[in-house]
Design a binder for this molecule. Structure first.
Ligand SMILES: NC(=O)c1ccc[n+]([C@@H]2O[C@H](COP(=O)([O-])OP(=O)(O)OC[C@H]3O[C@@H](n4cnc5c(N)ncnc54)[C@H](OP(=O)(O)O)[C@@H]3O)[C@@H](O)[C@H]2O)c1
Length: 245
């Protein structure tokens, strides 16, 4: 098989906890991977080195997900390197927390820019460019159901991602491209741990019937199914959290 015949994936936020696990999993499943990052080049490069060491194909590419020129370039880089794009997994996002009464509205704007506009920009590129047989996987959070205090700005932004999911799946009628959103529960990554004392993390882990936090690999398993064999799941939000919430 030559370098343009296998399937390829763009993973945004591949320098982050979940994105890195997704990139490694898709590469292990045989996809060529473009590992996207924003500021953390070394972490993305480490993922690329790990994939290549295991015999896979991967490159890294930087850019702000809310910047349409940067994302146009990201997709162009994947097409140039791999001959086309089959799977887009959009994990990049931010989660500043504050009660609404104390929320800095500049922070609110930043959350909406990265999480809402960023998803619109990446999903728009995906809608234009993903090849037949492909899959688009967006990211929300189980917080949109749990509705915990402090998460207003973040949950509002992810509610928008959920709203987009079925609409885009329907807009892609006839293209043979699925669109789904994965909504993890607490997953052990830097985004989850930031600002939380160890006791709070233990309490959150204990609330789950499985008695633990999710791992990035738990989430990558779900993405791998959506990216590959699970063609009959389309337009759905999947709450991947180890419990019923
Ligand atoms: N971890 C959880 O408990 C949890 C639960 C529910 C949902 N989620 C969702 O899962 C996704 C991944 O979360 P995670 O825990 O893996 O997060 P993470 O470890 O903090 O990684 C976040 C990623 O997003 C990238 N990023 C942030 N702002 C960006 C921007 N403006 N442009 C481009 N890239 C940007 C970061 O890039 P750099 O580091 O290179 O700057 C990083 O790769 C997010 O959408 C999050 O909301 C996570």
């Amino acid at each position: 098989m030559n370098e343009h015949q296998s399937r390829s994936a763009i993973v945004t936020g591949a320098s982050g906890g979940i994105g890195r696990a997704v990139a490694l999993r898709l590469a292990a499943d045989g996809l060529a991977v473009l590992a996207h990052y924003s500021g953390n080049r070394e972490r993305a490069e480490k993922t690329v080195r790990q994939i290549r060491a295991a015999g896979g194909r991967a490159s890294s590419w930087a850019g702000d997900v809310a910047d349409e020129s940067a994302m146009d370039a990201l997709f162009g880089a994947a097409e140039e390197a791999f001959g086309g794009v089959d799977v887009v997994v959009h994990t990049a996002g931010i989660m500043p927390l504050a009660p609404l009464a104390e929320l800095d509205l500049d922070v609110f704007d930043q959350v909406q820019r990265t999480n809402v506009r960023g998803t619109a920009v990446v999903a728009q590129q995906a809608a234009r460019r993903v090849r037949p047989g492909g899959a688009v996987v967006l990211f929300s959070t189980s917080i949109t159901r749990l509705q915990s205090p402090g998460y207003a700005a973040y949950a509002m932004s992810k509610g928008a991602v959920e709203a987009l999911t079925l609409i885009l799946a329907r807009e892609l009628r006839g293209r043979d491209v699925t669109v789904n959103t994965v909504a993890p529960g607490p997953t052990d990554t830097p985004l989850f741990r930031e600002g939380k004392p160890a006791e709070l993390i233990d309490t959150i882990a204990g609330l789950n019937p499985m008695g633990r936090l999710g791992t990035p690999e738990d989430i990558a398993d779900v993405v791998a199914a959506l990216a590959g064999p699970a063609r009959w799941i389309n337009g759905q939000v999947l709450y991947a959290n180890g419990s019923a919430a």
